[in-house]
Design a protein around this ligand. Structure first.
Ligand code: DCP
Ligand code: MG
Length: 430
């Protein structure tokens, strides 16, 4: 599996030369509705309105070609010919479910067997990540063509700074949200929900208020009426562990949390998390909308089919190790980065993990160099126990000029990025 670890850089909002410094901040959170399922329904329109779940097998071009040959088009496949959840046997989980399927209690991350018991008649479609990624790029391109300050938060959600965009202050941002919703619908056929609020924290909560196809506007003065009655877990950043601890302390709602003093929260949750909880419960969040991401590291790792022992399986382990270094080097070269911190990760048969890293003088994107330094890391870890996972990582990345064998200047990096974003977007930017 490949990983790119991202660092985000804040960019000031585009105010188009207008003196707008004192406009109130309006931040939107936009989240696509039943994303994977909605993308699938574009090619199987006959499934509109039915309970459908996505999970289990992977979609392949061969399967698709065969279905088209058999039925003369995916849209012609009769309902009887689709797989039903009830006949599924296996361990997988559902990635998502259509809203009609949610009426039966189905949802993301639910085991397929459990889902099959709740709604055996639901139609089961295979997963096609490449297609979801492609639609993800498309809806984001639509957004930046209207509101350029957008922060990418994953395959189906983004934050958008509405503050200085035309319509971004009208009806608290509702006008711009509707414009974006409509533009996404006509470019992709997909629907989304938007929350607009004074900051990211509240916007994220607001986008869930009226799913699907909703727009929810929250003002600072709505805090008590709209936010405080919600359970604490609705705050993005309060996970299952913190949520359970709060419950044990008798804190159920955000209002309960807001009623606790800062020193009390610090005493029970630690200095920084306690302070953050206090601010969050009072609807405060100053984080900017961040438009660009640069990887700070790239890594490749593999979990072995059978545990491997350093002595007994020396040759096999060595070959896997070299291959991982080659893959990381290929990733770096393809994406134009070099790094000088080389690290390894091992997971032993007992699931304990260790990491080691070495930082060298010279930046590299070469497999041989990475292999040599990673080898030095490997000599620094105990190897008595069998291994179940091995990973190689290159960090401390810079954008690399392979011709000059040196990091690119900041100016050249900015120009390159600008050109790339122009290439990527088929829509006019402004
Ligand atoms: N996803 C997944 N596994 C999860 C959660 C989500 O594979 N445990 C995938 C499938 C979703 C997509 O990510 O379609 C987006 O996640 P969301 O949580 O936004 O869920 P949906 O977009 O499907 O539904 P909603 O309308 O509630 O946003
Ligand atoms: Mg979604």
């Amino acid at each position: 599996m490949a990983h790119a670890c991202l660092r985000r850089c804040a960019r000031p909002s585009n105010n188009r030369g207008v003196t707008t410094a004192d406009l109130p901040r309006r931040i939107a959170h936009l989240d696509m509705d039943a994303f994977f399922a909605s993308v699938e329904l574009l090619r199987y329109p006959q499934l509109q309105g039915l309970p459908v779940v996505i999970g289990g097998r992977r979609h392949t071009p061969e399967d698709e070609a065969q279905l088209i040959a058999q039925w003369g088009g995916l849209e012609n496949i009769p309902l009887e010919a689709f797989d039903r959840l009830g006949s599924y046997v296996g361990r997988g989980v559902i990635t998502t479910a259509t809203y009609p399927a949610r009426k039966f209690g189905l949802g993301s991350a639910m085991g397929m067997m459990k889902a099959a018991r709740l709604c055996p008649q639901a139609i089961l479609l295979p997963i096609d990540f490449a297609r979801y990624r492609s639609y993800s790029r498309q809806f984001k391109a639509v957004i930046v063509s209207i509101a350029p300050v957008m922060e990418d938060r994953g395959v189906d959600e983004v934050y958008i700074d509405f503050t200085h965009v035309p319509g971004g202050q009208e009806q608290g941002g509702r006008v711009l949200a509707a414009r974006i919703q409509q533009a996404i619908q006509s470019a992709t056929g997909l629907s989304c929900s938007v929350g607009v609020a004074p900051n990211k924290l509240l916007a994220k909560m607001a986008s869930e208020f009226q799913k699907p196809q909703g727009i929810s506007v929250v003002y600072a003065e709505d805090l008590q009426a709209l936010i405080w009655p919600l359970p604490c877990r609705k705050i993005n950043g309060i996970g299952p562990k913190a949520g359970a601890k709060m419950q044990a302390l008798g804190i159920e709602t955000i209002a309960d949390l807001a009623a606790r003093s800062l020193p009390w929260l610090v005493q029970h949750f630690g200095k920084s998390y306690g302070a953050w909880l206090h601010a969050a419960a009072h609807g405060q969040d100053e984080r900017p909308v961040v438009t660009e991401s640069e990887p700070v590291s790239m890594s490749r790792e593999t979990t072995f089919v059978h545990d491997l022992h350093a002595v007994q399986h020396k040759a096999e382990l060595g070959a896997v190790f070299t291959r991982l270094c080659e893959r990381v080097a290929e990733d770096l070269q393809r994406k134009g980065y070099a790094g000088r911190t080389i690290g390894i990760k091992l997971r032993y048969a007992n699931f304990k993990s260790v990491t080691r890293e070495i930082t060298v003088e010279q930046f590299t994107q070469e497999a041989v160099t990475i292999r040599q330094i990673a080898g030095q890391c490997l000599r620094r870890v105990p190897l008595e126990q069998p291994l179940r996972l091995l990973g190689v990582r290159v960090g401390g990345l810079v954008v690399w000029d392979a011709a000059q064998q040196q990091p690119r200047s900041a100016e050249k990096v900015a120009i390159k990025r600008h050109m790339q974003s122009r290439d990527l977007l088929t829509l006019p930017l402004f």
